[in-house]
Design a protein around this ligand. Structure first.
Ligand SMILES: NC(=O)c1ccc[n+]([C@@H]2O[C@H](COP(=O)([O-])OP(=O)(O)OC[C@H]3O[C@@H](n4cnc5c(N)ncnc54)[C@H](O)[C@@H]3O)[C@@H](O)[C@H]2O)c1
Length: 314
């Protein structure tokens, strides 16, 4: 049983706290948030020891791994802290704000002989696992193109302020949501290197120093291409289409899957009782135990950030 501490109890940290108690392979040994009210709330309701400073955890409880769900600007420094203490790290996406930070994290994992993995949860959504099966089995022929469009009100007052600050978030909607799109395409293709990128990012709605809308195109060495369109100004849908030589797959709102075959769209059943975050943490445990796992490693997470940097530098 892996003892895991959860560092950061915001929007996504809370969801991990709900998922992990159902794991057969790990248990939560501590929670941490610099917001004392939040840390105490989880500690009191669920009985976990709590910490306000993650640097106090290694001396305070026995732990094997840290699941880090902190704001982007804290990813590198917190990961390196735990890795240097010989503790495995599961870092929420994006791996870090820059490729240089990713390199430091990878080097710290290697130097201390511990594992570093990145939580890219969308590959664990059942609809996406089915897409991967279609790609691998070639049931619809060869995958040739991918397109995703995602719209949302990115500048809603409920969004934590650090997300709207370039220095802290590393970017806007591309850094936050682009990492999901890139992960999905990397995963189904099994290709992550030497991706050509053509991109445009802008913000014409407000004076935040992050982009509010973006389009980018990726071209892989295999010839497969992917286009991504994000608007953070208002919400009018979230769809992805995978184009194959003999048909297509469409995912709407992350969970509805349709297959285009013989001239019509047919719905594919995506009902499942498996929680993506539980599936993901079980894969992380396998990775730590050096068993075959589909959780992305640090090198993969770095390749995602390589593409993100190409988008911003285009
Ligand atoms: N579906 C997903 O994969 C998904 C969804 C949401 C967020 N995320 C990612 O999760 C990360 C966190 O996002 P969020 O929306 O939960 O943010 P958030 O702001 O809601 O949560 C971050 C938490 O970290 C705490 N914190 C900040 N500095 C700290 C420090 N030094 N020590 C301890 N605690 C500290 C804050 O008090 C806050 O509770 C980001 O990397 C984000 O991109 C992933």
């Amino acid at each position: 049983m892996l003892n895991i501490a959860i560092i950061g109890l915001g929007n996504i940290g809370k969801n991990h706290i709900k998922a992990i108690p159902n794991s057969k392979n790990c248990r939560i040994c501590a929670v941490c948030d610099s917001n004392e009210e939040l840390a105490k709330q989880y500690s009191e309701s669920l009985g976990f020891p709590y910490f306000l400073n993650y640097k106090d955890i290694p001396g305070g409880v026995e732990l094997d791994a840290a699941l880090i769900t902190l704001p982007h600007f804290l990813h590198c420094e917190s990961a390196v802290f735990f890795l240097e203490k010989g503790i495995h790290v599961f870092m929420v996406k994006p791996m870090a704000n820059t490729v240089e930070e990713c390199d430091r994290m990878i080097a710290a994992a290697k130097a201390n002989n511990v594992k570093l993995a990145i939580a890219h949860p969308q590959r664990f959504f059942y609809a996406n696992t089915l897409v991967k099966e279609f790609v691998d089995s070639k049931k619809l022929g060869e995958l040739c193109m991918f397109t995703e469009f995602r719209t949302t009100d990115y500048f809603t007052p409920g969004r934590p302020k650090w997300f709207l600050n370039k220095k802290q978030a590393g970017g806007g909607i591309v850094m936050n949501f682009g990492t999901h799109a890139i992960d999905k395409l990397f995963y189904v293709l099994g290709e992550t290197k030497d991706v050509d990128v053509f991109a445009s990012t802008a913000n014409i709605k407000n004076d935040a120093d992050i982009e509010g809308h973006a389009q980018f195109m990726m071209k892989f060495p295999s010839g497969v291409t992917g286009t991504v369109t994000f608007s953070g100004y208002n919400s009018c849908g979230y769809d992805a289409i995978y184009y194959f030589t003999n048909g297509a797959l469409k995912i709407s709102d992350t969970s509805l899957l349709y297959q285009f075959k013989d001239g019509k769209w047919e719905k594919i059943d995506t009902t499942t009782s498996v929680s993506p975050l539980l599936y993901q943490i079980e894969e992380f445990c396998k990775y730590v135990n050096s068993e075959p796992s589909i959780v992305p490693d640090g090198e993969f997470g770095r390749d995602v950030i390589v593409v993100i940097e190409k988008v911003y530098n285009n």
